[in-house]
Each structure stands twice: as structure tokens, then as C-alpha cells.
Design a protein around this ligand. Structure first.
Ligand code: ANZ
Ligand code: ZN
Length: 825
């Protein structure tokens, strides 16, 4: 047919590509890759893998359009590209949906995966389908469990009882990262606290390295992500200081960033839910304390740290001794001190810490200025003075500035053995256990005699019991506990009756190593073939949403470091470069059911076709920016694609014509466009690259209609180059153009065009500079030089300057690009 119809074109090429399977990694390897390896330079492009919670949505459409553009560009460049796909298939969304629909999470999950896989194929993403994986497959979580055991052996997986974030609706524990503004990330319910024994990964051991190793990522990861990670890790320098505590043999240690303010410490605060508070509370204050504790447990962390809220607290009826002056200061419990930061206890310096000041003013505790900053008295103003100043009322450090004071005080504490310099991190250990069904079971057995016993490696995977028909709705204990036969097991050590751990792992554990599994997805002897990982890793380019800026990326970095320390990999960072795409929004707002502004990807594809939608995504703006679907024009994209396709149909020359014999003007445009598109793609300016391709389409159209005509070799050259470059954005149209131009499929591997630098060189023309109307200098300039650039150029000229001979300039007349006239006074 000679009219463009995307249905026909999609229906024609999809099966051809499926037969060809052109995007396999190591495609050029022989039957025995050890003997005949694919020796081309390798590139690993990783798209964040999807959750199978329904069909693909607009956000997927965007993210995978960008990822695929880069992957296809690399394929065209001739690299040996690894571009895999899989599913992050465990987790709450699948489980909740399954409960709602009264189906097993596995059925629901695998059905969605099939739907998404078909959609990906239709969307023409250049995946290596032979490497597909699903984290809920036993063949995958076998190795998630295996890794858990290696962490356990290294002391990096441990259990402890603690207050945890609890979602009352989902009835499950949440990691700090999953609490957003005090609410459950998934369901939005306010998060409360609960004491539970939970499994943790000791990511805090890696806090400093997670910071240090960010250096090589500068400039290759978005700065926003790096700074979010830095804040999350939250390194603080300061000191530990020991305070003697009434009724207790051991001193109590506090962490402070301002040891120099010790003389200003007029009270002492402990976190209400800390063991210490419970231990030291005097009998006559017990009742008040316990009432307060109950109140605090109902609060969220955000409320507790809020600076807006009125301070609350209760006196514990005991005193601590300030080590620098022997002063007895009252000990309070207050919710603005957190149990799991620093030591859970603080020395309070109301003059120089705002929270302490508000507390002191409310409860009538003295405020003592120890740093003279020139600001008014905090006790009067209610504003603590935190800035630079000179120490006063501080004995030996009087007269010193802040930094010297800190150093002198740490030295003194050290000598007296009353404290020491210290670094703390805001980063907490990673809570990995969940009381839910749809996750990888924790491979530990609890034996009454032997305690925690790891499941032996040869008994992995510990498969999920079927539990078909069982009630999976959240109850606060793991549904696995109901699988009695599964739970009861012989202790691997003593053979006695023992019980399996019934918790499952956080899905972030699954996604912390999937990029390694892709290197050898069928490997049976470990999570990955070390040789394959050495060939492919680290990932050259990671593409995904900024919503993973902290959690997933930090955990993956942590996993990589642990594997490095185990000697399993020889690198310490998994992802060399990161691209965060923006969101697809509609009418300026995130799409949501309640707003009714949702756009369905499937419907868009049905109306405009895959290529037009992909092009719309790419052309909308810089990839990091949000795309407002109300502002873009898929029909405009479709019209452009039709114009491009029409050009290929119009070419009348044979495929072997000599391009050099073609029309020079058109050839110049073609080569210039190749040059610019290449540069724009390399620097992720995909939208600008598309704009250049549009320019090329216009130029060829003109050449066909009013210029040298459809038989000119330059027209064929332009059309062929256009097809290849378009293939990274609009693969169906490009393939069809390629066929119309007389070539075999697939255009995807035709090879990225190169340009002739002479033809691509920008045209120049001669600009003249006059002084008082007299010609003084000439310059070769670009036709699109700006007035300002031309002015700069003229004023920098020695000839112009000597003609001016130091005279004042009265007027400058600029007629870019050709003329500038400088009129002296
Ligand atoms: C005395 C002091 C004087 C402090 C002063 C600050 C200013 P960053 O920088 O975030 O690490 N702190 C320590 N542990 C705490 C906890 N568990 N909950 C709440 N606050 C805690 O904060 C460190 C500072 O926060 C510490 O330094 C301590 O107050 C407080 F003029 O000690 B400071
Ligand atoms: Zn035992």
C-alpha cells in the first residue's frame, strides 16, 4: 500500500523481528563462545525493571523510550550490547491486588508479566529476551536466599528487637525509606511504632564507603541523586561525652556536634522509648513517665522532629553530672530526642540549640550563653544562637572560636577519658524482614537447642509453601506461620524439632542484585557466573525514575560493596552512569484516579501507534523534565513520521548509487544533521536530536519537490541516513523505510551513519568591521552569529582598536551577520 498505516506496519515487522531476534548480547559469538567469543566492545544498558502491577503505563512508555533509544544507538554503533529485561515480581502491590481479586499472588503476577512482556514487544524495545528473569521464580530467589546467608555469615544480617515503623493498614513493617511524610509509601496510612524482633542488614558498616565512593559518580549521576544519598547517609562529626548518672554505675554517653558548648549544658534528655529512660526513671516519676511514653508511641517520627510543635517531656527524677564542671543537671525524657540516633541521649544546651531552648523556656530550665555571637540573649528572644562566636563562661576554652573550641574540648575529654571525637551517621541499618507472604522466605531455622541455624546451601531454595486458598490478608504475623507442615522442620545441626523463620524479605533485597543475574541468568552454581560479570559489569548506563534515588540505588551500591569484600566481584560501584527521566503528567498534575486525569498507554498506542507515542515522549523536552501530556501532540508526531516515510517511498534511485554525485547543498544538510544528531544523542539531548531530524525531512522534501528531484543520489543518501537515525526512536517506520529503499531487515543493525567533516562543517561568510564608516577589519563568521558576538569580535580586533585610538565610542551599529560600524565620539 502507498499510504502510511501504522497498524499494517506494526503487524508486518513485529513477527519479522521476533524471528530475527536481533538484540541478543554476544550475538556474534560462535556455537562455542569460549572458542569464538563476540570480541566487540561491550556496553551494558540497564532499564530499571518494572513491577508487574497491571499493564505498562505512560511512565513505562517514557522510561523505556529513552532507555531503548540509547540501547539502539549503541547497537547501531556496533557495540556488543547487553540490554536485558525482567520483573521485580515479589512484594506488596502484587499481594494486595491478589487479595482484592481473591487470586493467588503468583497467578496474578505471572499473568501481568505476560501482559507486560507482550506490550514491551509491541513497544519494540530492543531487549535480549533470552535473559528474562522474574524475582519470584525459585531459580532467582534461590540466590537471593544464598546471598542472605553470605551476609549472615559475615555478621551483616542479624536480628534485633526494636521499635519499627508499622503500617496499621498493610499490617507490616516498613523501612524508614518507605515512610513518606509519616505515611506508608504504599497505602498512605499514617505510620505508627511497634516493638518487634526483625532481621536487619548492617548497611551502617558501609556508611563511610557509600559516601566516599560517590566521587567517581560526580557528573555521571544526577547531582540531585548524589545529594539525596549524602543527606540520607547524614554524616556528622562531633564527640561522644560521658555523663555520670545518678543511681547508675556506668556513665551515659551522648553524641554532640558541639562539645565546645559543654559549659552551657543545663539539662540532659533521653529518648522516652530508650531502655535507659525506663532504667533510670525514679519511682516517684514512674507513673508520669509511663503515661508520657504511651503518648509518644502514637506519634510519627515526622511529628516528633517537627520544629512547629510545642515541646513535651517529663522529668525522670534523677540528675546527671556535667563532666566539665561537676554540675548536677536534671534528666528529662522528651520526644524530640530519637532512640535510634547517636546514643539516644543528648546534653541540652538551650542557649545554642533551638529545640533545647524551646524546651528550657517551657519547663523553666536555665539558659546559659557560652558562645558570644553578638546576637541578643536567647532567653529573651527565644532564638538560639548557633553561629560563630567567641567562647565565654567556659573556663579553659574562653576566648577561642568555634572550631578551636571543639578541638580543644575533644583533646581535653580524651585526656580525661571522659569522651572522644566521633563521627555518626543518620543512616540506619536496613530492616529486611516482612510479615507477608509474597516474598523470598528468610532461609533460617530456629532451633530450641541450637538457636538460629542457616538453611544449608544444598537445601536452597526454601520455596514458598503454596497456601492456595489461604487467607493472606495482613494480620501482623507472617501468613507463612499458618503453613504448619512447612514451618516444622528438622534442625540441620542437631536434627531436633525446629521451626522455619516465617518472615519474607523486603523486595528491595531482590532488586539489589538483579543486574548481576542478567549477566548469566541461567547460571546454576551461584548467583552469577563471575566470568560473565567480569565481562559485563559495571553497568554503563542505568535509566530509571528518581523515585529510586535513595532506596534502591543505595541498597544496590551496598550489595556491590559486600560482594566486592567477599571477593565475588572486582568493582565497588554497580552503575557508572545514571539517567533519571521525568514523570508523565497531565494538565500540570500527576495522573491519578481521583483527579480523573489518567492517560492510558494502551489507548494512546491504539490511536497513534507505537512510533508516534515513542517520538512524542522523546521530543517532549529534555529527558529529566516532566512531560505534560496536555502540552504534547501525538498527532503532530504521527504527521512527521508519515512525512519521513513518504520520502523513502519517493526515492527513485537504486541502492548502489554513488552519493558523492548527489546535490551538494542537500548533502551538506545531511552531513551536518548526522553530526549534530550524534552529538545530541551522546549528550542525552534527545529532543534536540529529533528537531534536527525534522529539519532533514524538510530539506529532503524540498529537494524532491522543487530541487534536484527524487532520482538525485543525495536524496537517497538523506533518506537512508534518516531511516537509520530514526530507527532509535521510531523503529517500525524506520524498518519500513529501509525496505522501501531496497534493503533487507533489519535497519536496527544497519550501522550508525558517519559524516564527512568537510560537508558537515558549518558554512561561514565574511563580516566587515568599520570605524566611522571606514573598513578596518574582516572576520569569517557563522551565518547565525548574534549581534552581541559580532560586537565582541569587532571590539577585540587590534585593527579596530588602533583605528579608535583611545576615543570614546558614541554608537555601534550592528547588522549581523555581515556588518558592524563603530562610531567614535
Ligand atoms: C549539644 C548541642 C549544642 C548540639 C548545640 C547541637 C547544638 P546532627 O548534626 O543532625 O548530627 N542529638 C544528638 N542525638 C540526638 C538524638 N538521638 N535525637 C535528637 N537530637 C540528637 O545533630 C547532632 C546534634 O543533635 C547533637 O549535638 C545533639 O545536640 C542532637 F549548640 O549536642 B547537640
Ligand atoms: Zn538444633
Amino acid at each position: 500500500a502507498d499510504t502510511y498505516d501504522f497498524h499494517t506496519i506494526q503487524g508486518k515487522w513485529l513477527p519479522v523481528w521476533q524471528r530475527m531476534d536481533p538484540f541478543r548480547a554476544d550475538r556474534l559469538a560462535g556455537d562455542n563462545p569460549e572458542v569464538e567469543p563476540d570480541t566487540r566492545e561491550r556496553r551494558y544498558l540497564l532499564d530499571m525493571f518494572p513491577y508487574p502491577s497491571g499493564d505498562l503505563h505512560m511512565g513505562h512508555g517514557e522510561a523505556y523510550a529513552f532507555g531503548d533509544l540509547l540501547a539502539r544507538y549503541w547497537f547501531q554503533q556496533g557495540y556488543n550490547v547487553l540490554h536485558p529485561i525482567g520483573w521485580d515480581a515479589f512484594g506488596l502491590p502484587a499481594e494486595n491486588a491478589a487479595i482484592r481479586r481473591n487470586a493467588h499472588p503468583a497467578e496474578w503476577t505471572y499473568a501481568n508479566i505476560e501482559t507486560q512482556a507482550e506490550s514491551f514487544k509491541r513497544y519494540a524495545v530492543s531487549f535480549d529476551w533470552s535473559r528474562r528473569l522474574q524475582t519470584c521464580d525459585p531459580s532467582y530467589y534461590h540466590w537471593t536466599q544464598w546471598l542472605f546467608l553470605r551476609f549472615y555469615e559475615r555478621g551483616l544480617a542479624y536480628r534485633k528487637a526494636s521499635y519499627v515503623n508499622w503500617c496499621p493498614r498493610d499490617q507490616t513493617v516498613l523501612a524508614n525509606e518507605q515512610v513518606v511524610n509519616g505515611n506508608c509509601e504504599r497505602c498512605g496510612s499514617p505510620v505508627t511504632k511497634r516493638e518487634l524482633t526483625q532481621w536487619y542488614f548492617k548497611i551502617t558498616d558501609y556508611a563511610q564507603r557509600l559516601l566516599d565512593d560517590m566521587a567517581p559518580l560526580e557528573g555521571r549521576w544526577p547531582e540531585r541523586v548524589l545529594s539525596m544519598q549524602r543527606n540520607w547517609i547524614g554524616r556528622s562529626e562531633g564527640a561522644y561525652v560521658d555523663f555520670a548518672m545518678e543511681g547508675r554505675d556506668e556513665p551515659v554517653t551522648v553524641f554532640t556536634t558541639r562539645p565546645d558548648t559543654l559549659y552551657g549544658a543545663t539539662f540532659f534528655v533521653v529518648a522516652p522509648e530508650s531502655k535507659l529512660a525506663d532504667e533510670i526513671c525514679a519511682p516517684e516519676q514512674r507513673e508520669a513517665f509511663e503515661a508520657y511514653l504511651e503518648q509518644v508511641k502514637r506519634e510519627t517520627e515526622i511529628e516528633r522532629l517537627s520544629t512547629e510543635r510545642e515541646k513535651t517531656g517529663v522529668f525522670l527524677g534523677v540528675h546527671a553530672t556535667n563532666p566539665v564542671n561537676g554540675e548536677r543537671i536534671p534528666v528529662w525524657a522528651a520526644d524530640y530526642v530519637l532512640a535510634d540516633y547517636g546514643t539516644g541521649a543528648v546534653m541540652a544546651v538551650p542557649a545554642h540549640d533551638q529545640r533545647d531552648l524551646e524546651f528550657a523556656l517551657k519547663f523553666g530550665i536555665p539558659v546559659r550563653v557560652v558562645v558570644e555571637t553578638g546576637q541578643p540573649d536567647p532567653a529573651e528572644t527565644g532564638v538560639a544562637t548557633a553561629g560563630e562566636g567567641v567562647h565565654v563562661n567556659s573556663a579553659s576554652i574562653d576566648g577561642l572560636g568555634k572550631e578551636d573550641g571543639v578541638r580543644a574540648m575533644i583533646d581535653w575529654l580524651d585526656q580525661q577519658k571522659l569522651g572522644r571525637g566521633a563521627v555518626t551517621f543518620r543512616l540506619r541499618d536496613w530492616l529486611v524482614s516482612r510479615q507477608r507472604y509474597w516474598g523470598a522466605p528468610i532461609p533460617i531455622i530456629h532451633c530450641p537447642t541450637c538457636g538460629e541455624v542457616p538453611v544449608p546451601d544444598d537445601q536452597l531454595p526454601v520455596e514458598l509453601p503454596d497456601l492456595r486458598g489461604a487467607d493472606l490478608s495482613p494480620k501482623g504475623t507472617s501468613p507463612l506461620a499458618a503453613a504448619t507442615e512447612w514451618v516444622q522442620v528438622a534442625c540441620p545441626k542437631c536434627g531436633g524439632d525446629a521451626r522455619r523463620d516465617t518472615d519474607t524479605m523486603d523486595t528491595f533485597v531482590d532488586s539489589s542484585w538483579y543486574y548481576l543475574r542478567y549477566c548469566s541468568p541461567n547460571y546454576q552454581d551461584g548467583p552469577f557466573d563471575p566470568e560473565d560479570v567480569r565481562r559485563w559489569m559495571p553497568v554503563d548506563q542505568y535509566v530509571g525514575g528518581v523515585e529510586h534515588a535513595i532506596l534502591h540505588l543505595l541498597y544496590s551500591r551496598f550489595f556491590t560493596k559486600v560482594l566486592h569484600d567477599m571477593g565475588a566481584v572486582d568493582f565497588t560501584e554497580p552503575f557508572k552512569a545514571l539517567l533519571n527521566q521525568g514523570q508523565v503528567i497531565n494538565q500540570g498534575k500527576a495522573m491519578s484516579k481521583s483527579l480523573g486525569n489518567g492517560i492510558d498507554l494502551g489507548e494512546q498506542l491504539g490511536e497513534y501507534g507505537v512510533d508516534a507515542i515513542r517520538l512524542t515522549m522523546v521530543f517532549a523536552g529534555p529527558p529529566e523534565d516532566d512531560i505534560d501530556w496536555a502540552d504534547v501532540s501525538p498527532s503532530g508526531s504521527l504527521r512527521f513520521i508519515q512525512r519521513a516515510w513518504r520520502i523513502a517511498s519517493d526515492v527513485t534511485s537504486e541502492p548502489d548509487v554513488d552519493f558523492a554525485a548527489g546535490d551538494l547543498a542537500l548533502r551538506k544538510v545531511t552531513h551536518k544533521v548526522i553530526k549534530e544528531v550524534t552529538e545530541h544523542v551522546e549528550s542525552f539531548k534527545f529532543n534536540v536530536a529529533v528537531a534536527r531530524l525534522m529539519e532533514l525531512v524538510n530539506a529532503v522534501r524540498k529537494a524532491i519537490d522543487t530541487g534536484p528531484g527524487p532520482a538525485d543520489p543525495a536524496v537517497r543518501e538523506a533518506a537512508e541516513r534518516l531511516a537509520v537515525m530514526l530507527s532509535v526512536v521510531t523503529p517500525y517506520t524506520a524498518e519500513d523505510m529501509w525496505e522501501r529503499l531496497g534493503h533487507e531487515p533489519t535497519v536496527a543493525l544497519a550501522g550508525w551513519p558517519t559524516y564527512d567533516p568537510d560537508l558537515a562543517a558549518a558554512d561561514t561568510l565574511t563580516a566587515v568591521a568599520q570605524v566611522a564608516g571606514k573598513l578596518r577589519d574582516k572576520f569569517e563568521v557563522s551565518p547565525d552569529i548574534s549581534e552581541d558576538e559580532l560586537r565582541q569580535l569587532a571590539l577585540a580586533s587590534e585593527r579596530v582598536q588602533s583605528a579608535l585610538a583611545g576615543r570614546e565610542i558614541r554608537k555601534v551599529i550592528v547588522r549581523a551577520p555581515k556588518l558592524i560600524n563603530i562610531v567614535p565620539a
